[in-house]
Design a binder for this molecule. Structure first.
Ligand SMILES: [Zn+2]
Length: 211
């Protein structure tokens, strides 16, 4: 698996220089960008990294818990530790930026996929949007392991069975029927009775209606 990943990232290199400063290379298609990472990454909020050059990086294929959801503090602390200690490299999928220009990336530290590690520890929800399918299988396996072992979020989160809920497969989220995002949706949603099937398919609870 590791070999395949680095095959995708191509000639990316990470070199530690001096006091914890790491220079990374981002390769996306034929375009290569250099930036400062490692000690230069600052954690901003529940779901962002900020690079020294000001760019925002979000985690592709998942979402971290919001402040009022289970394990949000643990998720932040763990992630901050991993990133601060190990520095990062970024790998992009079909959808490299969101509509606000924030990078959406698979983040690697020490050859380990942080995204997959977050899911395996139950510190994030899989959110496999249409442009974030590269590691669909790996991410669902990791999340299923966390659910089975009741780690992190899954210690207290029981899938709901008192639907209906509305499933948005394109945006990889699910909602209460009266959510504004259901009302304004551009694509058809699927009605489901319980949320277990939504988690199985890599959809995360909506941040607005909190189903
Ligand atoms: Zn919603």
């Amino acid at each position: 698996m590791t070999g395949m990943r680095w095959g995708i990232i191509g000639g990316a290199v990470t070199v530690a220089i001096g006091a914890g400063i790491v220079f990374g290379v981002i390769q996306s298609g034929s375009k290569v960008e250099r930036f400062h990472v490692g000690g230069e990454v600052r954690r901003l909020s529940g779901d962002h990294l900020k690079l020294k050059d000001g760019r925002i990086v979000e985690f592709a294929g998942l979402r971290l818990p919001y402040d009022d959801e289970p394990n949000s503090a643990e998720s932040r602390e763990t992630l901050t530790k991993w990133v601060a200690e190990e520095g990062v490299r970024l790998l992009f999928d079909d959808e490299k930026e969101d509509d606000k220009g924030r990078l959406q990336a698979y983040v690697y530290a020490n050859d380990t996929s942080i995204n997959e590690r977050l899911l395996r520890e139950g510190l994030a929800f899989a959110k496999l949007r249409r442009g974030h399918q590269k590691f669909r299988q790996e991410f669902l396996i990791a999340q299923n392991e966390a659910r089975r072992e009741r780690r992190g979020i899954w210690q207290t989160l029981e899938p709901a069975t008192d639907g209906p809920f509305m499933l948005d497969e394109v945006g990889a989220s699910f909602h209460r029927p009266d959510c504004v995002k259901v009302r304004d949706a551009q694509t058809a949603m699927i009605e489901i009775k319980g949320t277990s099937a939504a988690f199985d398919s890599g959809c995360a609870p909506c941040g607005k209606c909190r189903p």
